[in-house]
Design a protein around this ligand. Structure first.
Ligand code: C2E
Ligand code: MG
Ligand code: MG
Length: 699
């Protein structure tokens, strides 16, 4: 503003001089003053573009009247122009102001000290106008570009502005809405109750303070459609702090809401089956416990673990495994009431909350229903899959009064169900906990037992019942536990199976058994074969076949000297894969035995199909014979069957002379049992091989 350049355009020399003097003598301001006396000269000067204010006489030698103003204003639209006028043609001066001149000065005032002040004001005003224009531009662009809706009202609560978003969401154009009551344009109802919410603008105008984000509102547009919004309302004040209106900013929360809903669903559900997850289940259990406590009723938890899922998953691939889990999930949901909760804990574990059980028996009924439903084949991606489940049940309040305890105890009961042969259900009993603790102890120690070389193999002879010759040795694992002494397989094999540790343990057994029999051969002892027990899981583990081949190769062992003992249950699961593997093993010359024959499915068809070499009659049958009342029908039948299928029949658990006599009478080929020898450590078995079985035992 300092050093403003003023161009005085007049042909009136005196007037020009007076003005110039007045400006040059201005008190607080320094003006650079130039003068022109024709329009042409003025235009030439103005073209340079550095003049800040023009004082323009409308009557010049080369132009007169309003046209003078118009020409100049057109050339320098941004410079303020003040017209100079005599009182006779003041009308014309007024017209110039109406056309955009900043002001006019009357001839009689030219010499006054007022002149500098009015020049400064017009300069200021022009600048303010420009600044305001830009400011307005800025806010208009900002308001039309932002995604939020903006609607403002004056101090009386009448709408005076809507931005584009607000126009779209309300269905009102800014033009139509202007001047109307805010509540006519902006309808808000409570999202939950549907009631009309009080007009927030009125509140803000009345209370003169902002209203922060108000959730739960639905904006009802002109078309009657409700859009969930969140809004804030802020009062506007004038320069003196008086309330001048209010601005409401709001936005559509449909997407945010949907996302929140989705996120919360994801947080509470299993991605694969869409069943409630652990988190939601715990919540439901706690809630149900409260209700059951109040009503004095019971509730039950079913803990399920699929029996052979891991096998299917490993052999058929995870995609099929996933589909199977989805199929299981669906069947489970179909087995319970809608008020019950089926949840997936992860892996192949499911927990079901039966919230309205009156009696524990209700849980048993549901468990039975589930066993039947799941056992029916699952059709997955063109495959027909069979899966069974083991179920543990805990009941509130007897088995625990919080979610964690109830789940833990149902889990414990589930382990018993597994132990009891799978595909069954068991109720929790408090003494199970000691078993669970024991189980955990064993599992934890099993892991390190392999590394610490704590396993040992014992060998039990399989004896030719006619000649007494030792035909084979069965390798039986023992665990030389540092604190507990020699532990028998029954104490740890099933745990090793459940934890998958059976695979490395089985590899260890196979290697040591092969090495031992090789050592006996190398020592020139009577040639025998070695029998190795293989559990189902191990049999089906990847690389089993390759490992067997590797062992034969490593110890240069003839394949027919190795016999693998499998149980019927192991063979009958997933028969196609079993058959293939068995054929492969047979092809290289390995012998196969069915262990504990008679305790499993006893499906005779597979005996032929799999070309089994030996049948080992379970000791429970053998121990029954030779007594007074027992005719040994089963043993007899098995011996006959073995003969017709050309299989060696081995009687397990021969303890007594009478049993041997029975077996001999029925032409059973081989036997194994304490009667001949208990399982022995390797060096003792070596001695037995040297001496042979005492002939006195055979008579
Ligand atoms: P199995 O294969 O049927 O082995 C025979 C079991 O009967 C052995 O028990 C043996 O000590 C016992 N036994 C032998 N003669 C008699 C007798 O006259 N009377 C009685 N009452 N029992 C007799 P053990 O060693 O405790 O093994 C139990 C089971 O553990 C085995 O049954 C087998 O299924 C499993 N097992 C043993 N070693 C291994 C192994 O290395 N791997 C796998 N996967 N399982 C094994
Ligand atoms: Mg065996
Ligand atoms: Mg056996």
């Amino acid at each position: 503003m300092k050093n403003s350049r003023v161009l005085i355009v007049t042909n009136d020399v005196d007037a020009g001089a007076e003005l110039e003097q007045a400006l040059l003598h201005a008190r607080d301001h320094f003006f650079r003053v130039e003068r022109c006396n024709t329009l042409l000269a003025a235009l030439e000067r103005l073209k340079q573009g550095d003049v800040d204010v023009v004082l323009l006489d409308l009557f010049l030698p080369d132009s007169s009247g309003l046209a003078t103003y118009e020409v100049v204003a057109k050339l320098v639209p941004s410079a303020p122009i003040m017209t100079l006028s005599t009182s006779e043609n003041e009308d014309l001066a007024i017209s110039s102001v109406q056309q955009g001149a900043q002001a006019y000065l009357l001839r009689q005032n030219f010499a006054r000290s007022l002149v500098p002040q009015s020049v400064i004001s017009s300069l200021l005003r022009k600048r303010l106008e420009e600044a305001l224009f830009i400011e307005k531009q800025r806010s208009q662009i900002a308001l039309s570009e932002i995604v939020d809706g903006v609607i403002s009202a004056d101090a009386l609560g009448n709408v005076n502005f809507l931005n584009a978003t607000a126009e779209r969401m309300t269905g009102w154009s800014s033009e139509e809405a202007r001047g109307r009551r805010f509540s006519d344009v902006f309808h808000i109802v409570d999202r939950v109750t549907g009631e009309v919410t009080p007009n927030p603008i009125a509140t803000v105008l009345q209370e003169d303070k902002p209203v922060a984000v108000r959730p739960q509102s639905n904006l009802v547009g002109r078309d009657g459609v409700g859009i969930p919004i969140e809004d804030t309302v802020t009062p506007i004040h004038d320069k003196y702090g008086r309330i001048a209106g209010a601005v409401m900013v709001f936005h559509d929360v449909t997407v945010t809401q949907a996302m929140m809903k989705k996120i919360s669903h994801q947080a509470n559900h299993d991605y694969l089956t869409d069943l409630p997850n652990r988190l939601l289940l715990n919540d439901r259990i706690s809630h149900s416990i409260k209700i059951a406590t109040r009503r004095n009723t019971q509730l039950a938890l079913l803990f399920l673990d699929l029996d052979n899922f891991k096998l299917i998953n490993d052999s058929m691939g995870h995609a099929i495994g996933d589909k199977l889990l989805q199929s299981v999930a669906k069947k489970l949901v179909d087995c319970v009431r809608s008020s019950d909760t089926v949840s997936r804990q992860g892996g192949d574990e499911f927990v079901i909350l039966l919230a309205e059980d009156k009696h524990a028996e209700d849980a048993a009924i549901t468990a039975e229903k589930i066993l039947i439903a799941l056992a029916a084949p699952h059709y997955v991606a063109g495959h027909k899959l069979h899966v069974t489940t083991s179920i543990g049940i805990s009941v509130f309040p007897v088995d625990g009064d919080d979610a964690d305890t109830l789940i833990k105890n149902a889990d414990t009961a589930m382990y018993l169900a597994k132990k009891m042969g799978r595909n069954n259900y068991q109720f929790y009993k408090s003494e199970m906990n000691t078993r669970a603790v024991e189980r955990q102890f064993i599992e934890a120690h099993l892991r390190s037992a392999l590394e610490r070389e704590e396993f040992v193999l014992y060998y039990q002879p399989i004896v030719d019942l006619k000649s007494g010759a030792i035909l084979a040795a069965e390798a039986l694992i023992r665990w030389a536990h540092p604190d507990r002494g020699l532990m028998l397989p029954d104490q740890f094999i099933s745990i090793a199976e459940e934890s998958g540790l059976i695979v490395p343990i089985g590899q260890w057994v196979l290697r040591h058994a092969c090495r031992q029999v090789k050592a006996w051969i190398d020592a020139g002892l009577p040639s025998i074969s070695i029998s190795v027990n293989v559990s189902a899981l191990e049999f089906r583990s990847t690389g089993f076949y390759e490992n067997v081949c590797a062992m034969l190769h490593e110890f240069q062992l003839k394949p027919e000297l190795l016999e693998l003992e499998l149980t019927e249950t192991a063979l009958l699961r997933d028969t196609d894969a079993s058959a293939q593997l068995l054929r492969a093993l047979k092809l290289i010359g390995i012998h196969l035995a069915i262990d504990d024959f008679g305790t499993g499915y006893s499906s005779l068809s597979y005996l032929k199909q799999f070309s089994i070499d030996s049948l080992k009659i379970d000791q429970s049958f053998v121990q029954d014979v030779g007594g007074i009342d027992n005719e040994g029908i089963i043993v007899n039948a098995v011996i006959g069957m073995g003969r017709s299928l050309q299989q060696r029949v081995v009687a397990e658990g021969v303890e007594l002379q009478g049993q041997l006599a029975f077996l001999n009478k029925h032409d059973c080929e081989a036997g194994q049992g304490y009667y001949f020898s208990p399982p022995l450590a390797a060096d003792q078995f070596t001695k037995l091989l040297q001496t042979g079985i005492s002939q006195t035992l055979l008579n």
